[in-house]
Design a protein around this ligand. Sequence first.
Ligand code: YK8
Length: 178
Amino acid sequence: GRVFVNRVFHISAEKMFELLFTDSPFVQRLMDARKITGCTTTPWQKDGSGSMKRTLSYTITITNPLVGKSSRATEIQILYKDMHDGQHYMLDSEVYTHDVPYHDYFYTHNRYYITHNSKRKCRLRWIYTDVKYKKQPWGLAKSFITKNSWSGLEEYFRHLEAELLEEEAELTQGLGDA
Ligand code: YK8
């Protein structure tokens, strides 16, 4: 995969986690802007290995006429054991789209990493994204899936970074050392 976001924000690590991975107004705004609707979320729950897990379900709007107008999607987020203590947060997300062509062939795997930098700063890295195949499609289908997935992901990432910079500006407004 490629790295999409790698940047220090004037936002504490805890706050960054809360913004991105809880039912925050920030996520709500991000989804509204991307026309992601009907989101339901399960609470964070411990699984057998001591990691935390939650599931999101939502409907995404698609702008590519070859792909369709919308699709239901399920996102499984895993927060690794000992990786959510305010110093580091490492989170994996698997996104399954249910109504696009070839939906039973692939899913998207993302990894996010937040590290504590100082009291009011953290580094956010979207360190890994890959389109994973559950079964092998024929060559042309595979390049179609890969191409369309990356373009959607790139757009989403650019948007996420822009929204985070805006949030940072709001949060640091009026702080002396901002
Ligand atoms: C999450 C990856 C692929 C998918 C989409 C599928 C096209 C399929 C092409 C056919 C529409 C919020 C994406 C971008 C939808 C959005 C997903 C988001 C951005 C021809 C086979 C949703 C992060 C995320 C991960 C994967 C993205 C999908 O938090 O192109």
